[in-house]
Design a protein around this ligand. Structure first.
Ligand SMILES: O=P(O)(O)O[C@@H]1C[C@H](O)[C@@H](CO)O1
Length: 247
């Protein structure tokens, strides 16, 4: 497979990855015959970037002709049935920074991308969720494939026990520090969105627990499930190719 990669630092006005484990490259290539562009590393609020800057790649992708965006993240599991290593198909989100007015679409609306008040009740494409479940079944991944609600916080501190308990009560199954802002901007400009969380750690919900969330565990679980995640995503992409409804 031929790929062409650009370091973020060589792309004018592109933000730089500052997080350990995020390579900071934009990779163009074909995956199972379909043209793709892949971000090796994303941007987060906690890196200090304005929210419009961390979501800028979504608008670049739209201008490049991208129709479907597949987002992945690492997240802490709030749902007590979840295990480390589970892959959660995101069916909805809670946008905590958005509750406080920190929304990537705040400010003058860019009409060439989308409407002032975009709907978010259909943010996560249901056909793609079903496709992922079907593909997961075929690949024998059903034991660790889940569906749930992802909650974004600003980070970079991990959550307190009280915060985890509250988020769980509010209906979140997993908590993280990314994705939702990208989803909002991608949906605003009409791209189809599918998103997955890898449950890299269990959120600490109990004052007797000795467990502590840490980035090393997040990276380690990511490595352990990387191959399966790659098979899941690449097989989903293959199926997009075979179904005109998805093109
Ligand atoms: O970019 P994601 O959301 O996958 O990364 C998560 C959130 C923090 O950046 C980091 C914490 O370990 O992982």
């Amino acid at each position: 497979m031929r790929i062409v990669a650009f370091n973020y630092r060589d792309i004018p006005n592109f933000p730089q990855s500052t997080v350990h484990g995020h390579a900071g490259r934009l990779v163009f290539g074909t995956l199972k015959g379909r043209p793709c562009v892949c971000m090796q590393g994303r941007f987060h609020l906690y890196e200090g970037y304005p929210i419009q800057k961390i979501t800028m790649p979504m608008r670049i992708f739209k201008l490049l002709g991208v129709e479907t965006v597949i987002l992945t993240n690492a997240a802490g599991g709030l749902n007590q049935d979840y295990k480390v290593g589970d892959i959660m198909i995101i069916k909805d989100h809670l946008n905590m920074p958005g509750f406080a007015g920190n929304n990537p679409l705040a400010g003058p609306n860019e009409e060439r991308f989308g409407v002032r008040f975009p709907c978010m009740s259909d943010a996560y494409d249901r056909e793609l969720q079903q496709l992922a479940l079907d593909v997961g079944l075929e690949l024998g991944f059903s034991d660790f494939l889940r569906e749930g609600v992802y909650c974004v916080l600003g980070g970079p501190s991990f959550e307190t026990i009280a915060e985890c308990r509250m988020l769980h009560k509010l209906g979140a199954d997993a908590v993280g520090m990314s994705t939702v802002h990208e989803v909002i901007v991608a949906r605003h400009c009409g791209m189809r969105v599918f998103a997955l969380s890898l449950i890299t750690n269990k959120a600490v919900m109990d004052y007797d627990s000795e467990e502590k969330a840490n980035h090393e565990e997040v990276l380690q679980t990511g490595k352990q499930r990387a191959e399966q995640l790659e098979r899941l995503v690449s097989t989903i992409i293959t199926r997009l190719e075979h179904n005109n409804n998805f093109a």
